[in-house]
Design a binder for this molecule. Structure first.
Ligand SMILES: [Zn+2]
Ligand SMILES: [Zn+2]
Length: 286
């Protein structure tokens, strides 16, 4: 039977009975074996890994065990990004020929920059259209956050340095995703409620031009616009191709009808942020 090429252990993971409920007394009945689930990533070279072991050992596009390339070229010529096709067997069952390259990229990035965890989550919520999660995330930025790790031990968020402020999270641009902002991500995926929320929290779009429902929802979620003086307006952010969210909306179809040209997704009068106000955006654009 195959074992993990990294740690040489069987390709299963045992479920900690106490990991689910935090407050219960965790005692395993006498003599009961911990339950196990499959945890098997089979690479194209034939080597097997635990998911966590692969994440830990993975570098670039080579198998950590045999050093053979595990990258497959993309079928669409438009995308230069390579794919890493594996057979994945875990608690979700066996999935064959799936591309885990996006997850590996994301995970490697988070390992290098753990302080950007909130920013990464923010972008994901924007893409998924989860405006409630965005509100919760924004609110959590001001708090001293503690969380329990898998063993139930309380951790503070000290990992990787100071956590980001709400303003930083809202204006995050994806260094491994074409410098897209949350607004770009929401627009590309057709999520108007997210776009409204971002406009409310991170732009100077006139307050009187918001639908009343947007205010109601924001009130329910416990978030509201703060003073925007001196802050970057999210509508002015451009991706690595120099596109505003409005440029993305033009290509995204009818869902943004009525938005393009209204100053909601780009600065009115074509006034985009001039170079120099934010060194970061300027440097990374080129
Ligand atoms: Zn392993
Ligand atoms: Zn290999």
């Amino acid at each position: 039977m195959a074992v993990c090429a990294h740690c040489q252990k069987p390709l299963t993971i045992s479920i900690e009975p106490d990991s689910e409920d935090e407050d219960a007394d965790h005692d395993l009945p006498m003599g009961e074996e911990p339950e196990t689930l499959p945890d098997d990533v089979r690479l194209s070279c034939g080597d097997h890994f635990h998911w966590e072991c692969l994440l830990e050992a993975y570098e670039y596009s080579k198998c950590p065990a045999c050093n053979r390339s595990i990258a497959a070229s993309s079928p669409s010529s438009s995308s230069a990004e390579e794919r890493i096709i594996v057979d994945l067997n875990n608690e979700g069952g066996l999935q064959q020929d799936i591309d885990i390259a996006p997850i590996l990229r994301e995970e490697s990035y988070l390992r290098a920059y753990p302080e950007e965890r909130k920013c990464r989550a923010f972008l994901e919520f924007c893409s998924e259209g989860d405006h409630r999660a965005i509100a919760e995330l924004v609110k959590s930025c001001g708090e001293e956050v503690t969380a329990e790790d898998e063993d139930g031990e309380v951790m503070t968020e000290a990992v990787g340095g100071p956590s980001k402020s709400a303003d930083e999270v809202l204006r995050y641009q994806d260094p491994i995703g074409d410098m897209a902002s949350g607004l770009h991500a929401a627009v590309a995926n057709g999520h108007r409620e997210v776009a409204w929320l971002l406009l409310l929290l991170a732009s100077e779009y006139p307050e009187m031009d918001f639908p009343a429902l947007v205010y109601q929802e924001a009130g329910t979620l416990g978030v509201m616009r703060e003073d925007q003086t001196g802050k970057v307006d999210i509508r002015s952010l451009k991706d690595a191709h120099g596109r505003t969210a409005e440029d993305v909306a033009r290509g995204a179809g009818v869902v943004w009808q009525g938005w393009v040209g209204t100053g909601r997704l780009a600065m009115p009068n074509g006034a985009s942020r001039s170079n120099g106000r934010s060194g970061v955006a300027t440097t990374l654009r080129g």
